[in-house]
Design a protein around this ligand. Sequence first.
Ligand SMILES: [Zn+2]
Length: 86
Amino acid sequence: MPHPINLQVCSVCGSKVERRFCHRNRAGAYICHPCQARQQGKGLLSVAVIRIRMTIPEIGRKTAILLAIGLAVVFTVAMVFLLAAD
Ligand SMILES: [Zn+2]
């Protein structure tokens, strides 16, 4: 069963963004995180990182962390074997 996504319209760029990627300002208007970062004077790189982060689903992020840990373990074991085989 698909989880209903709560979308908000960014008051700056007008794009529909998930609620968790929006900031509600004092005026009660929603602003997406990339626009917020831009308003805070952050560089293009941080805005790009936020944009990329927004495209990764919540479950995907957890899987990515597990994958990274798994890869680190495999890499460490492989290094130990390579050093031992010397
Ligand atoms: Zn925006």
